[in-house]
Write a protein that binds this ligand. Sequence first.
Ligand code: PMV
Length: 323
Amino acid sequence: MTASAPAKVILFGEHFVVYGEPAVVLAIDKRAYATAQLRKDQRIYINSTDLRVSGTFKGERFQAEKGGSKARLKLEPIKNAVQQVLERAERKTGVNVKINSDIPVSAGLGSSAAVATSSIVAVSNLLGIELSRDQIFYMAYESERLVHGTPSGIDPAISTYGGALQFQREKDFISLNVQTNIPLVVGNTRVERSTGELVANVRRIKEHYPSIIDPIIGVGGKIALDAVEALKKGDLFTVGELMNINHALLCAIGVSHEALARLVYAAREGGALGAKLTGGGGGGCMIALAEAGKLKRVVKAIEQVGGTAFVAKKTNQGARIEH
Ligand code: PMV
């Protein structure tokens, strides 16, 4: 049984979303695939080709097959996702789960959420239990909490539902009916970073300078709401300008990086309507919005300053069964 779930880009509102502001997120056409098989014993074996780790969980015990001492930490969230499904199914069985993914890891594209979501869908279907999308989301969110302490839930939400969402903590997500194409280039700095550390650092400066940082966070939310209106109207020029302003606010709260700045400026000079970092920042990825005819030029401009880049399309396909 194989299932898949999409990667995401945050168009607007990363970090500000942690403090209750709205964000806009898009599922893109890169996916993680999980294949699940029953085992005769009660162990959970997980093999992730992309993380280059594999191993077997037997209760609380873990035996690494590949990846040595780092394997357990990397596989624990996937095991947690699988275990939640086994518990709900009330089945005393083991499973093998194999993960393959097109999504760059640790880059702000929601790879860990897509892996957890696809694993939940694959294992639940293997066991013949039907989960609603909301149940899939909550299980993936629980597993995501192991990756970084206080996630907003934006990654498991978009991976589960697909499409474009307006997301706000502790509110229902609003599915955005965006008719226009949103032609994007994703540029990867290939600088690895930890979202958890970046989120913690923003919290630190917010606590230290509340009268300065709180208004920035509020403006971040306002940009996201204006962007929703511009997206609904298909006004890509405004969306691009709002992306540039959003990027500046993210610089102000300390989550940009020299490599991100290089890629963002290269994309703008290459003809993008707007460019910003996406996700946690501190390295990882940036996105550029460009008219369809200019996408290739923007890809080249990013590559010329040392990034890797690809054109990304929005997908309405959330988590799904493959076969
Ligand atoms: O770097 P990513 O893809 O995990 O995105 C993180 C988004 C943040 O807003 C920075 C954190 C969160 O939990 O929403």
